[in-house]
Ligand binder design. Structure first.
Ligand code: ADP
Ligand code: MG
Length: 698
């Protein structure tokens, strides 16, 4: 295959290819479109399309597709062939500018939450030239945004691009205040660390719960779980290593900078991290990464589980969203600077993030809310549902000094004056290494750790970008045209620290005492479930934020709220139905088969040896008969609860009913079945056990 250098990005129509195969003028015009968000003219598009087609055909492509991210959370594509009939009976390969710029997939089967009336069933897709086209299989994929004819965004890319624009606008205002006249664009950058489980296909095929819901709905705790911590950074097994090797190759061909890979805490759990890139590209790449992880697994006889909680009692999978703000001149605005002035600017951006996280805790929680992720957040593991910011001791000391007009430790000055005094260098190692904080400052970026492993990172970054844009807007409104900028700046930072210090917490985020303090003393929000948080998307302050920055329209928000709650309801509905079926058609019959064999044995033994008590058999028979009775009753109860949910008047009520009635019964049913599993002979149990699954890949 050659060296990585040779094939890295070989399937991407990237800058190198554009430069090589486009006429200079066309390249310059396209570059302007990409860098400055200028309109693409059709003449240019025609030439780009032709070049793209020739390049794609030379790589073996026969089809093209507008690749987009509908609200289902996965990516969608509709393939069209390049082939057009020629008058001589043959074919020509054609691809025109207008096909590059705009597509019209039949949108009617994608969720729109009421945004698309039937008379406009077709939406359209529009090329996002800031994300390079690439080839997957035999198809040229063109990254696109997806809108209804009414102009409403039906996807995740459109609002993400809008949120990046909002952040750019406000951050530029701040940079100008600090005298920077050269920066043209500011964008957020993201490096998402992706966790996943790898199990064998045989195990997956033997579990209807994994197949239908992505997680195990039953399963007793294995004798050995993650207690020993011996998997974390342990030796990678040969089969996993082969998988990771091919995965890396496939990702590299697509120009995805997959960099690190290691085992995670739980057995069979692993992580992949790319080198960070612009949020928009990082989002496209993460979607592709998830898709390719699953495809490559299938080639190796494996299944890659992206569910947030595939196994109860075992660590779940998340996605750490490493986020920073960068300029087109390569400056990271969340990196402490070299001069006092840069330091003051850094502190202001830092404050903007802290204020944003405090003001919009609910939006951040909403941005990661799914039925799957609810099993992590609010359960006893990585990060709690309560959002707080970790700063570390050194920054905390600086904040304390500023807030109280006190000298910074060791400094001789009477008071820290921003824009004049130099901040000390931060030691990166004192930043959050215990990883319990949902939102940690890690030296030159924030790490938002609440995302679920299957989440698109778009939602979290839309909220983050917009909330920070709002903080910056408030600052810029206040600081523009003040007579004494430095004093106003100092006061602004001090005020932010005073007003928002409740969101800062440098301790252990898993501690119960913290949750109590956070909610009871500090008044922070604690939305444990999707049903709890999602309706707050429509709270006035949130609607105001997102509409005023042009990120969503009111209707778009309404539709998202509806779709997210519908997804929650559908997911739980499918899980409950799967449980009912597994319980009735597999679990109860298996226990019955075992008990009836035991009973037959007991009768035979008594016959053989007159008067034998057979207390072992009878003991188990009694236990398991009681179990099947309770399981049958509980299963019926679950079914009834599920039927009652139909009475709900709207999706908010439906989601609350599922949370309050169906989910608790599902838990109870699971406990009964898991107990029975530990008493039933293994050969009778209809599914592979947790130990079988978790240690299946050798
Ligand atoms: P770890 O968290 O394991 O110590 P790093 O912090 O080096 O590892 O990187 C984790 C992820 O954060 C990687 O995807 C990396 O590319 C990304 N990252 C590093 N620096 C930045 C940054 N300035 N902005 C956004 N992401 C970053
Ligand atoms: Mg990290």
């Amino acid at each position: 295959m050659g060296t990585v250098k040779d094939y890295f990005g070989s399937m991407v129509f990237d800058d190198r290819v554009m430069k090589a195969c486009l006429p200079g003028k066309v390249y310059a015009s396209l570059r302007k479109t990409i860098d400055e968000g200028k309109q693409l003219d059709i003449g240019v598009a025609n030439i780009v399309a032709e070049a793209m087609k020739e390049w794609a055909i030379s790589k073996g492509a026969t089809h093209f597709t507008h690749w987009f991210q509908p609200l289902t959370g996965i990516t969608a594509e509709k393939h069209d062939s390049f082939i057009t009939p020629a008058p001589d009976g043959g074919v020509i390969m054609e691809f025109r500018g207008k096909e590059l710029i705009k597509g019209e997939p039949d949108a009617s089967s994608f969720p729109s939450g009421g945004l698309r009336a039937t008379f406009e069933a077709r939406g359209y897709t529009a090329w996002d030239p800031t994300s390079y086209a690439f080839i997957k299989g035999k198809t040229l994929c063109i990254p696109t945004a997806f809108c209804s004819y009414g102009g409403h965004a039906l996807d995740k890319k459109t609002p993400l691009l809008r949120s990046m624009e909002a952040l750019n606008t406000q951050a530029l205002r701040i940079l100008r205040l600090f005298g920077n006249t050269t920066v043209k664009r500011v964008h957020s950058s993201v490096g998402p660390e992706q966790e996943y489980f790898l199990i064998t296909k045989e195990m997956y095929d033997a579990r209807p719960d994994l197949q239908f819901t992505g997680r195990t709905l039953f399963g007793a705790k294995p004798p050995k779980g993650q207690e020993m911590d011996d998997h974390y950074f342990g030796v990678i097994k040969p089969r996993v290593a082969a998988y990771m090797e091919e995965l890396n190759e496939e990702l590299w061909k697509l120009g995805i900078l997959a960099k690190t890979e290691h085992n995670e805490v739980a057995p069979a759990q692993h992580e992949l991290a790319p080198i960070y890139s612009t949020t928009n590209i990082a989002t496209d790449h993460n979607q592709l990464t998830m898709e390719i992880m699953q495809k490559v697994a299938a080639k190796h006889g494996l299944v890659c589980l992206l569910h947030e909680k595939p196994f109860a009692g075992v660590n779940g999978s998340g996605k750490h969203n490493n986020w920073s703000i960068d300029t087109d001149e390569g400056q990271n605005l969340l990196s402490p600077g070299e001069t006092p002035y840069e330091n003051a600017q850094f502190l202001l951006f830092l404050c903007a993030v802290i204020k944003a996280v405090d003001d919009y805790q609910d939006l951040l929680r909403i941005s990661v809310a799914t039925a799957g992720n609810d099993h992590r957040l609010g359960a006893n593991e990585a990060p709690p549902a309560v959002i707080s910011v970790f700063l570390g001791d050194e920054l905390q000391a600086i904040f304390d000094a500023i807030e109280n007009d006190l000298p910074y430790k060791g400094a001789e000055k009477t008071q820290m004056k921003l824009g004049v005094d130099v901040l000390p260098k931060f030691n990166r190692d004192t930043t959050d290494r215990n990883r319990t904080s949902p939102f940690a400052f890690t030296g030159n970026k924030f790490e938002f750790r609440m995302l679920g492993s299957s989440n698109s990172i778009a939602c979290a970054n839309i909220m983050l970008n917009t909330a920070v844009a709002e903080s910056l807007k408030v600052y810029a409104d206040r600081l523009e045209n003040v007579p004494d900028f430095e004093t106003a700046l100092h006061d602004m930072i001090k005020k932010t620290i005073k007003d928002h210090k409740r969101i800062i917490f440098n301790g252990n985020g898993y501690d119960d005492a913290w949750i109590k303090e956070a909610t009871e003393v500090r008044g922070l929000l604690n939305y444990r479930t999707t049903a709890d948080c999602m309706p707050h998307l429509m709270d006035k302050k949130n609607v105001d934020l997102l509409t005023s920055h042009g990120v969503y329209t009111y209707e778009e928000l309404r539709s998202r709220c509806e779709i997210m709650l519908e997804n929650y309801c559908k997911t739980i509905g499918i899980e409950a139905n799967t449980m009912i079926e597994m319980s009735r058609t597999q679990i109860v019959p298996a226990i019955e088969a075992y008990t009836s064999d035991l009973a037959r044995n007991a009768v035979a033994k008594r016959k053989a040896c007159d008067g034998l008590a057979c207390s072992y058999e009878t003991g188990i028979i009694k236990k398991l008969s009681a179990a099947t009775d309770s399981i049958a009753v509980k299963t019926d109860e679950l079914q009834e609860a599920l039927i009652k949910v139909h009475d709900a008047n709207d999706v908010i009520e439906e989601s609350a009913m599922l949370r309050d009635t169906v989910l608790p019964i599902m838990c109870e049913l699971r406990v009964l079945c898991d107990e029975a599993e530990t008493v039933t002979a293994k050969s009778y149990w209809p599914f592979p056990t947790y130990a079988d699954i978790l240690f299946s890949v050798k």
